[in-house]
Structure formats: C-alpha cells, structure tokens
Ligand binder design. Sequence first.
Ligand SMILES: [Fe+2]
Length: 360
Amino acid sequence: MGLISPDVASRLKPDFIATVAKIYREMCNLQAGQNVLIISDARTPDYIVAVFQGVAQSMSAQAVRIECAVPVGGATYQPGSRWPSMLAGAADQADVIIDMAVGYSQFIVNAIKRGCRVVCPGDGIGGSFLDDVLIRTVLHSDIHAIRRHADRVAERFSRASRCEVFTGPQQDRFEIDLTGLDAVAGDGFLWDPDKKDWKSSWVFLPPAQPGVLIPKGRGSGVINVDGTLLYHPIYHEKPDTPIRLSFRDGRLVDIGGGSVLAGKLANWLDALGEEGARNGPVHLNIGINPNASLTQSQEWERVYGSITCGMGDLSLLGVLLGEGDFQLNRSAVHWDWTVLHPKIVLDGETVLERGKVLIE
Ligand SMILES: [Fe+2]
C-alpha cells in the first residue's frame, strides 16, 4: 500500500499538457521532424498517452503509439517478459521512444545502440495517475535545480570508495565497496540545457535518483527496510514494521523482522527458486525530489532523503549505463526496497542523515 493517496482524476488535467511540453522541450530537446514512438498498455489511461502523442505532434514531430498487452505479473517480471516483434520494427525507426510499458528489453537496447533515445515516464511501467505524479514532480518542481543537485551527488559517489548505510533503531550497519564505479545522475534529462549537449540515452521520470550500478559480489551487512517494497505481483507495499535484510558479499542471506510482508517476501523468493533473484543490491540510489511521495507509482524511488536499492536483474541497464569490466547480475525478475531516512556515510563523511542530503 502507498502512504499517500494521489490525486486520481478520470479526465485530462489541462496542467498535464504543459508538463509534457516541458519534458519534450527542456529534458528531451525534441526537434521538428523526429520520429516519436509511444509504447503503452492499459495500466496508463488513454488521455495520458494521447497527451504525449499530441504534444509531440504540436512540435511538428511524427508521433505514433502502440498499445501492448499488460505484462504478466507486472513490473517485477518485466525483465523476463517477451514482447511482440512488431515493437522492435517500430523501435527501429524511432528517434525518441516514450516507454510506459516495457522497461528492460533487448529491443530497447538495440534501438539505443542505433542512436535512439528513450524516456520512461513511470520507469517503464506508466501508471494510472502518472499525470498527477508528473505535474507535481516535473511541472511544479525546479527540475533544473534537481538536475544540478543530482550531478553533484553523482560526482560525490563517483569519488567514493566506501559506502556505509545505517538503518533501524539500532542503526545496523551495511557496507559496500564503490571502488571503480562511476555514478549516474538519474535526473531524467536526455539533454543537458547548460552544456547544450546530450547527456544520456535512457532516462526515467520523475527526476531524480543519483546513484551507482553495483557489480555482483558487493555489499554485506544489515538493512532495515521501512519504505516501499516492490515485488510480486504488482504492488508497492510498505511494511508495518521494518523488514530486516541481511547480506553477505552481494547476496541476500536472511529475511527477518516481524511484519507480514517479511514473510511474504521470503515465501515469494523461495517459490521463485531462482538464485539470481537473491543477488544484490544491483543498484543504490538516493531520492532528491521534494515533491515525490510514497504512492503506487515508482515516484517513491525519488522521495527526498530516501535510499532505494534494486535486487535481481540489471543486465540490460548495465549494457547501456556503463558496465565496463564488471559483471552485472542476470535474473528473470527485478525487485526493489526503500529506506526512508537512512544515514549514509561515504569514506567517513556523512552525506545523508535524518532525511537531509548533506551534499550541497
Ligand atoms: Fe530497481
């Protein structure tokens, strides 16, 4: 369950048109004549999809949309989903893909390698109140201040060699080696309007969650999860009391804590019977958007002052965002957990405490 009920409407919010125009102009640098492919499914209301199409057309771009079937099992299982071959054909012609359905997929990777750029509003899931989320976190936020802050946080993580995370009433310790890892800003900008240059080829909205991709075998200690858990089947749940996750060398070795959710998570992983699903963290990110909330949207990964880590598959993202010589984990699932107010220490310097990011 989400903590906060979003503003769910059954009609088009006029403010959403300005929101999407801001995304295309300031974050995507969309140009007249470009081919925009919008991929969605029934999880996202038609009027939201139509605005992405109509605003692109109003900027003299060619915009078409394809609606897929809802992937079986939802977001967690999307890394293992199979997609219609027609999608790959359309993606091959696209300059920009607005992805509200697919997320991690080889045909998306192939399009990006060809030069296409991809924006994932709702992290490749879309969602029923994506309009409300983006109005709050893009239109009503200073996205350029968030972008510059994300760059500074990423730069600090890139310099760090050791990250310690302290959570729970006992301030249990988790440590991860960051040696040799380059952080990414995770700010949603394909285009950097300050440098007047391209910044990224695959971005998620809303902004921002600067952080690192983590190779296999790193991370030991205990994390007390008190924020969102994204797992089977499609829901983003918050435990009543913290879930206690114990890691050894990049592998989840024990699930404790008194909440019902801790038991459900353990049972789900047992039933999956897939070793790769217990590997992680595969990414570690800090939320820095003051207007992001704990809802059933992926916006919870950007809640200011929180930390989110992913588990399971990261193989495709790693190919695009700089796998380098490191091995990133493969799995048919990707799941996530969030801690709302962790203390984070980089090389002995506290950079996040009591919900305040101390990297200015
Ligand atoms: Fe994740």
